[in-house]
Design a protein around this ligand. Sequence first.
Ligand SMILES: [Mg+2]
Length: 382
Amino acid sequence: MERMIAHLDMDAFFASVEERDNPRLRGLPIVVGADPMEGKGRGVVSTANYAARAYSIRSALPISKAWQFSQKAKRKGRPEVIFLDVDFRKYSKVSHEIMEIIRKYSSTIEQASIDEAYIDLTHVESFENAIEICKKIKQEIKEKEKLTASIGLGPNKLIAKIASDMQKPDGLTVVHPEQVENFLEPLPIRKMPGIGPKTELFFKKQGVMTINDLKKYSKDDMRNMLGSPRTNFAQTQSVFRPKASTKLVRGKWGFDLYDRIRGIDESPVTEEYEIKSIGEQETFREDTLDFKFVFERIEGLCESVIRRLKHSDFKKFRTVVITIRFSGFETKIRSHTMPKPAGSLKVLKGEIAKLLMPFFDARENPKRKKIRLIGVRIEKLS
Ligand SMILES: [Mg+2]
């Protein structure tokens, strides 16, 4: 049976959540990401809202560049960019609510990142019905979350994914099975998931610009030319990482790409990105920078996290995450993934201590700001 798959992608997700929650930010250019530190900051942009994109600011741009673009705009009399830290906890909560909305419309969904999901709509039997469902999902997200999503609808995940990006923000792009090849052919090759800047450059040197141009290569050509796909994961502290999908054997990518540029993708919608983490946090009665006090409290959090781990279906963790919120609500999240899983309180305390220390000196806290909230989380549970 012909499948019907939707891909939902929230529009400028982190920035839109901030804009929604802070009315004074509305309409202003907003960048969520690393601290720009007046242009000296390291790290990158996680999300720019559409007003900031008008300044050429994009996800993954170095935050120092974003700062320069903002200053340039300011000199021209345009509003300066508002830079905000990534509030991962907040976005996770909103993400969870959105996934709950989607689940009402299909029991087969696959969360692909914090703000993206594939939805299998084959059960509704016609594209007309599937389109109606997509409209309802968008509407419900708008009403309940005051946020917009873009959806692509097509016969498989690949087409749905590319389609969702075609009419952002607030778009709905439908590609019927018989339109697939016409839809793909004129697109720049970079629109094909898996084709990163290196592969793009490689093909451009050979005069290949569009997906149609790629069709001149045989399966063997493709296999010989291409190794594994480059993966460009989000630079945020996202806990969503595709599982095995990127570990392709050298050469296999060529075969895959040969099919994919023809719109062929058999991969099922499966819940393989399940999010598993255990976290605890505590807001202090008074903001403080008393190391002994903070350290004791954080040890307490580690103890309850391990207690919960012991009562869960899991025994071990690989990633430890610390959240520090300063007075004034600036929040920093730092994480470390260990080469091997561990399960003991001792390891957790040790790893968390390493992440905590820099907040008491110039590395993470040059202005000696007081701490308002601390959080400890473990991820990559097994
Ligand atoms: Mg998005």
